[in-house]
Design a protein around this ligand. Structure first.
Ligand code: CTP
Length: 402
């Protein structure tokens, strides 16, 4: 969670400038404060208004704008925790490497103490030019960090190095730069996420609406806190959280086979997956045709992976989920006990806003002494941060036991 972290985003004049809007949106979605500064050439590719709307903050472009702030480069330079320069042109690199202060962005870079992250984007010839590479070396020697551009087709039609790095890679670098708090460092966390798919025939399956968002948000948050994360994921449409080891599975039995060997080596397990409780008894290897009478589906029980972990847990902290429409507390307490969990998170699953797959979650946290904590409906990243805070509180007591 990037709640109230302060990122200054410097945008310079490249066709990739529109991608800065995507990154801005992703940061703001996590409640990060983003202030955007643009060069004049950047404003030819994308308007300041776009960033102003996305961030809800003014966008600065001029050193001498006649605004009420007389020296914006100094106040802006003092504000951020990190500066992200994206897309960064060869010109911005050259100006910074030679200590120029000839526009607002260059001047504030010169005046700033915050760590500086570069995400360059340019034509491959400009990128490979020894002058550009010398400038980079110089800045790296001064402590600047570079997010290596990718190779591929460039806007000019040529192919080669110089493409702006993928958004996921840039966001991962931002997180890495922001997180010095490594409260889970040295801990191993196993997280399950997403639905499972239980095949019925060659192309059909039984599944549910789980998007995997909660489990993925937990994995990202745990990784940000320095944990070694293994994410066992059913089929979802989410990008893999950066730095997380991911094992992809389809069925409940595949999830069980992936989870159980990992479980023995782990400190914390968070079972956020919506595992299908039943599977068709016999999956037909071919596609069933509709010209026969509607077939009956006979079902059989899937293994309860969390129950199994509860039975054989030793030092592990075990966290489970439940989705309930009625009697949330009672059902949550019963389920926590049945599965020998240290903490259970009970999802409201009654109204349309609380339906499986919703962007936000409204949950209860019930601990081992049946204390209930109700969280408001909020973004799943926020919920993930609170869950991990509570798990962290369990860690020392738990692991002090013989
Ligand atoms: N779980 C599991 N394996 C299963 C079923 C569930 O590991 N076969 C885990 C889920 O990841 C989740 C918790 O157990 O952490 C949910 O328990 P469950 O009893 O399935 O909850 P509900 O789906 O809410 O149960 P019910 O359908 O009985 O209401």
């Amino acid at each position: 969670m990037l709640q109230d972290r302060r990122v200054l985003l410097g945008v310079s004049g490249s066709i990739a400038a529109y991608k800065a809007a995507e990154i801005t949106r992703a940061l703001v979605r996590e409640n990060c404060q983003v202030t955007v500064v643009m060069t004049r050439n950047a404003c030819r590719f994308i308007t300041p208004l776009t960033f102003q709307v996305l961030t809800g903050r003014p966008v600065a472009t001029e050193l001498f704008s006649g605004d009420e702030v007389p020296v914006p480069h100094i106040s802006l330079a003092k504000w951020p925790e990190i500066i992200l320069l994206m897309p960064a042109t060869a010109d911005l690199l050259a100006r910074t490497a030679s200590g120029r202060a000839d526009d607002l962005l260059a001047a504030l870079i010169l005046a700033a103490d915050a760590p500086i992250l570069w995400a360059p984007a340019m034509n491959t010839r400009m990128w490979n030019n020894p002058l550009t590479q010398e400038n980079i070396k110089r800045l790296v020697a001064l402590g600047h960090t570079f997010i290596q551009p990718g190779a591929g087709e460039l806007a000019c039609g040529e192919r080669g190095d110089g493409r702006l790095a993928e958004p996921g890679k840039i966001l991962a670098a931002v997180r890495k730069a922001l997180f010095s708090r490594k409260s889970l460092s040295g801990r191993r966390i196993l997280i399950t996420a997403g639905p499972t798919r239980e095949p019925w025939d060659a192309i059909r399956f039984l599944s549910n609406r789980s998007t995997g968002r909660m489990g993925y948000a937990l994995a990202q948050e745990a990784q940000d806190r320095g944990a070694e994360v293994c994410l066992v994921s059913g089929p979802v449409c989410l990008p893999a959280p950066s730095g997380v080891r991911i094992i992809k599975v389809n069925t409940a039995r595949e999830m069980q086979a992936a989870v159980m060997p990992e479980f023995l080596e782990t400190d914390i397990v968070i079972a956020a997956a919506a595992v299908a409780d039943f599977r068709p008894s016999a999956a037909c290897p071919d596609k069933l045709k509709k010209n026969s009478a509607p077939p009956a589906i006979s079902l059989e029980q899937n293994p309860d992976i969390l129950m199994e972990m509860g039975r054989c847990k030793q030092k592990q902290i075990l966290v489970g989920f439940a989705a309930e429409t009625h009697n949330l507390e009672q059902a949550g307490i019963a389920k926590r006990k049945a599965k020998q969990l240290d903490l259970i998170i009970v999802n409201h699953a009654s109204g349309p806003e609380d339906a499986f797959g919703a962007e936000a979650a409204r949950v209860l946290l019930i601990d081992a002494s049946d204390t209930v904590r109700e969280l408001p409906r909020q973004d799943k990243h926020q919920t993930a941060a609170i869950i991990l805070d509570q798990v962290e509180e369990l860690l020392p007591a738990k692991q002090a036991k013989p």
